[in-house]
Design a protein around this ligand. Structure first.
Ligand code: KIV
Ligand code: ZN
Length: 513
């Protein structure tokens, strides 16, 4: 029965780990400025906790966690740490200026990890948990403890670890399915077992953190919520180690749409889900599949005649959620060159973005220039422009494309003339000729001009919206000194978007060295 029931029940805490576990996705690393953008977006989205990084992992991680702690207001800012004093102190140092701060420490508890990784007996693990939680509590009152690989841990031992961590002062206990091994019935049984067996369980919030190796991260998380878990760890678009983590947008919309089952709610402003999803996808270059639940382009598209007929008669015939609840704007009223700044600004807000006046000025200029080349401007175009404007702040002192021209043809060498500017320096113009077509020639030219000997390992192009004048989005991945960097860009001209995408990748290298 699909009858919306108004039963908002208990509040489930949303702990977002896009900037920590999400950033561990192969190829998804973000630079400092990008992490700041994501953190600001997560705060606007209404997440309760932002896991901002793993401060001891690198100077870059430390700086990002520290700056997010200082600048991002609203959510609790959390830093991850192993159960080692040096690591814990580094995390404490990074989060100490947050309005609300948390340190999240973890130790593996499963027999496999105890034997092969830690080489510790169960007694030693218990002792180490006790010591590490108590040590962290001396510096931070909000301590979360994770039993890494909990889903493969013996239930009796797991219960003892949880009891020990709570006695030592942890106020959140996280039960990760680290390797994505759990299935919903077993995972919810684990949660019930802990609630029934651990004597001091009422002194802590029980959290879950599910990986998606068997495609069950969201299902396992929801099963745990039904069993009584109070915090969900998740990432935007489900990005994360290997097959990823529980997808925030899916779990949140499941709780909202089936509040009759879960008797719970979250603090997420669901209308901003699409904007958050597109931002993370744009920054990481990890594309959202068209059929992805909630935020995929097809998530609310009805193709079959029978479905369309039903939808016209009453949308609830084939829709369990309204597209606008997740940020799809129903009236995709096309904007064009006669649209004004006020109309554009209203549409930008409707799409879930909050821009400063200066960013809005830049966006309006970009919108006008696009409108000169493209008759009809859709929401997809506007989202892309907004992301470019947000990224422009990132690339201010970096390489930019001033101008290009290209001569190419079947069986002929391609010649490209490229004008690039580094920061505020005067533009430099050079001409290159190569035999593998204009995109390859552009790539060779950018390697030469930036001085980075990059190897292109991925090149993708797709259209942002519809029509012959649709914008082409190019996503590239390049290897430089054994590290992978992504780049993306959009233009109505695919050669231009390719050039800009390679420049974007070069700028990420520049930021990293
Ligand atoms: O998957 C996992 O176990 C983790 C912990 C650090 C919480 O990411
Ligand atoms: Zn994880």
């Amino acid at each position: 029965m699909n009858v919306p029931v108004s039963d908002s029940g208990r509040k489930i805490i949303i702990f977002d780990t896009t900037l920590r576990d999400g950033e561990q996705s192969p190829g998804a690393s973000m630079n400092f400025q990008e992490k700041m953008e994501v953190a600001q977006m997560l705060a606007l989205l209404g997440v309760d906790v932002i896991e901002a990084g793993f401060p001891v992992a690198s100077e870059g991680d430390f700086l990002a966690v520290k700056t997010i702690s200082e600048k991002v207001k609203g959510p609790i800012i959390c830093g991850l740490s192993r159960c080692r004093e040096v690591d814990i102190l580094r995390a404490v140092e990074a989060i100490k200026h947050a309005e609300k701060a948390r340190v999240h420490i973890f130790l593996a508890t499963s027999p496999i990890h105890r034997q092969y990784k830690l080489k510790m007996s169960p007694e030693q693990v218990l002792e180490h948990v006790k010591k590490s939680v108590a040590f962290t509590r001396n510096y931070c009152p909000d301590v979360e403890f994770s039993c890494e690989d909990a889903s493969r841990t013996e239930p009796d031992f797991l219960a003892s670890v949880v009891e020990t961590a709570i006695s030592a002062g942890a106020s959140t206990i996280n039960i990760p399915d680290t390797v994505g091994y759990a299935i919903p019935s077993q995972f919810s049984e684990n949660i019930r077992m802990l609630i029934n067996r651990v004597p001091n369980i009422d002194k802590a919030i029980l959290s879950v953190h599910c990986h998606n190796d068997l495609g069950m991260a969201v299902a396992n998380t929801l099963a745990a919520v039904e069993a009584g878990a109070g915090q969900i760890e998740c990432t935007i678009n489900g990005i994360g180690e290997r097959a990823g983590n529980c997808a925030l947008e899916e779990v949140v919309m499941a709780i909202r749409t089936r509040s009759d089952v879960f008797h719970a709610h979250t603090g997420i402003i669901t209308e901003k889900l699409l904007a958050a999803s597109r931002l993370v996808s744009g920054i990481t270059g990890l594309e959202i599949p068209r059929n992805k639940a909630i935020v995929g382009r097809n998530a609310f598209a009805h193709e079959s005649g029978i479905h369309q007929d039903g939808m016209l008669k009453n949308p609830t015939t084939y829709e369990i959620m309204r597209p606008e609840q997740v940020g799809f704007v129903t009236t995709d009223l096309v904007l064009g060159k006669h649209s004004g700044r006020a109309g554009l600004s209203q549409r930008v807000r409707k799409l879930g973005y909050s821009l400063t006046e200066t960013q809005m000025d830049t966006l309006f200029q970009a919108f006008k220039s696009l409108a000169d080349r493209k008759k009809e401007i859709y929401n997809g175009d506007i989202r892309t422009l907004v992301q470019q404007v947000l990224r422009r702040d990132v690339t201010r002192q970096l390489w930019t494309l001033e101008d290009y021209s290209c001569v190419s043809g079947t069986g002929k060498d391609s010649t490209i003339t490229l004008s690039l500017r580094l920061g505020d320096a005067p533009a430099v113009t050079r001409k290159f000729t190569a035999g593998e077509g204009p995109i390859d020639t552009a790539f060779v030219a950018i390697c030469e001009m930036t001085g980075y000997d990059m190897v292109c390992c991925e090149y993708r192009v797709h259209s942002v919206t519809i029509g012959h004048d649709a914008q082409g989005e190019v996503n590239v991945a390049v290897k430089y000194q054994d590290k992978e960097y992504r780049g993306n860009a959009v233009s109505t001209d695919c050669i231009e978007s390719s050039i800009r995408a390679f420049i974007d990748a070069a700028n990420r290298i520049l930021c990293d060295i």
